[in-house]
Write a protein that binds this ligand. Structure first.
Ligand SMILES: Nc1ncnc2c1ncn2[C@@H]1O[C@H](COP(=O)(O)OP(=O)(O)O)[C@@H](O)[C@H]1O
Ligand SMILES: [Mg+2]
Length: 387
């Protein structure tokens, strides 16, 4: 098929068509002829020409009306139109421009001038189309940036709301449920003393044990929901408590190094670190089958560094983070999201059979406005996840 752009020549006079053809031939464009205004319009619609060359003075549908119809058609609006007028027909030249033509060439033609004119107008139009595409791309980019910012704000609010909700539930558990259980236990102990002989003592002992377990569970629950130690004593102390309870639950050898004199961070950063360690430990208990876990919290001049290393079964990081499994496994993705909101970065390396290393760092101070490059950087390096 002929891939060349089409120049549509519209003239109801055979002599006119012929003189235009001879001026343009041979051409890098395909010349198509229309024998009147209607024919011109029909061919313009089907051929989408790069240029229309037209005699304005035609019978029935004249060139001025064709101009207006082309400009009114959304598909053809941008096609350049040059009118071919006689030298002294100033009225046609004026009317043509008013009707939407881009210019005119006058007969008799200077062949090379006409060809240059045509080439220029077609190139300019092509350039304008490219420019339009670039503008469109810029607008789309801006839109994407705006949406990403909205999403970020939304995530941040969501995490804040989640923390506030947790704090409220934790308070409720501690103040209400905890108090009631404690009073219940005291009552049971007193009752046990009072009516030692009347009922089976094992029944009461069992009830007291149950209440004890319940108190322990409720305590774990409110500590997990809102680590009040974090607010009161800071990150190292809260992480010690967290690690201790995890080690007890999982029966692993757990070592934690955290500088107790490290400076305090703002609450957002502290809770971020706490939740990352919490999620990592939960994962280790649930998935890793590790014997040994090492956690280290250090501060450099401007950054806080945290590493959580286990000697468990390891996993395929890329697969765990792939979008298909993302809906069910939100732990790692949540860690990444939390960290990115405080300008931090996360690096997970895992080898099957050899354990997992999670390292994160985040800036100690300052509101973090991520630059373009920073955003584009992968927060998680997906390497070394295979044996
Ligand atoms: N320390 C780890 N050791 C072994 N496997 C892990 C570890 N951490 C995460 N994983 C794997 O990565 C998957 C995704 O973890 P996560 O996003 O926290 O989801 P979930 O814990 O709900 O399954 C887990 O299902 C598990 O297979
Ligand atoms: Mg998890």
């Amino acid at each position: 098929m002929d891939q060349r752009g089409v120049i549509l020549i519209v003239d109801d006079q055979p002599a006119g068509r012929k003189s235009m053809a001879s001026a343009l031939f041979p051409s890098e464009y395909r010349l198509v002829f229309a024998i009147n205004g209607q024919d011109g319009l029909r061919k313009a619609v089907t051929l989408d020409p790069v240029l229309i060359l037209m005699n304005p003075r035609m019978e029935t549908l004249d060139g001025f009306n064709v101009c207006r119809l082309v400009r009114g058609n959304s598909a053809l609006r941008e096609v350049p139109i040059l009118l071919v007028t006689s030298d002294d027909d100033h009225d046609a030249q004026r009317q043509g421009i008013e009707a939407g033509a881009d210019g005119y060439i006058v007969k008799p033609f200077d062949r090379s001038e006409v060809r240059a004119r045509i080439r220029t107008i077609i190139r300019l139009n092509r350039f304008r189309k490219v420019q339009d595409d670039v503008d469109l791309l810029h607008r789309a980019e801006e839109e994407v940036t705006r949406h990403r910012q909205q999403l970020e704000t939304l995530s941040r609010r969501l995490l804040q709301a989640q923390e506030e909700e947790r704090r409220a539930i934790a308070r409720e558990l501690h103040d209400e449920v905890g108090q009631i259980l404690t009073v219940l236990k005291i009552n049971l102990v007193l009752t046990q003393r009072e009516i030692r002989d009347a009922i089976d003592p094992r029944l009461l002992s069992e009830s007291i044990d149950l209440v004890d377990r319940l108190i322990g569970q409720v305590r774990d629950l409110w500590r997990n929901l809102r680590p009040s130690l974090l607010d009161e004593l800071g990150l190292p102390a809260a992480l010690h408590a967290l690690a201790e309870s995890a080690a007890k639950r999982a029966g692993v050898d757990l070592e934690l190094h955290a500088d107790p004199d490290a400076e305090r961070l703002d609450p957002d950063r502290e809770i971020t670190c706490y939740r990352v360690v919490q999620e990592s430990l939960t994962n280790i208990i649930r998935h890793a089958r590790a014997r040994c876990v090492r956690i280290a919290l250090t501060q450099s001049e401007a950054y806080l560094h945290l590493s959580i290393i286990d000697d468990g079964i390891g996993f395929d990081v890329e697969e765990a983070l792939s979008s298909t499994s993302a809906s069910s496994h939100m732990g790692l993705l949540g860690m990444r999201e939390r960290l990115s909101l405080v300008g931090g970065s996360l690096n997970i390396q895992s080898r099957l059979g050899q354990g997992t290393q999670i390292r994160m760092s985040l800036p100690l101070r300052g509101t973090v406005v991520l630059g373009k490059e920073e955003r584009n950087r992968e927060f998680i390096q997906l390497n070394e996840s295979h044996e």
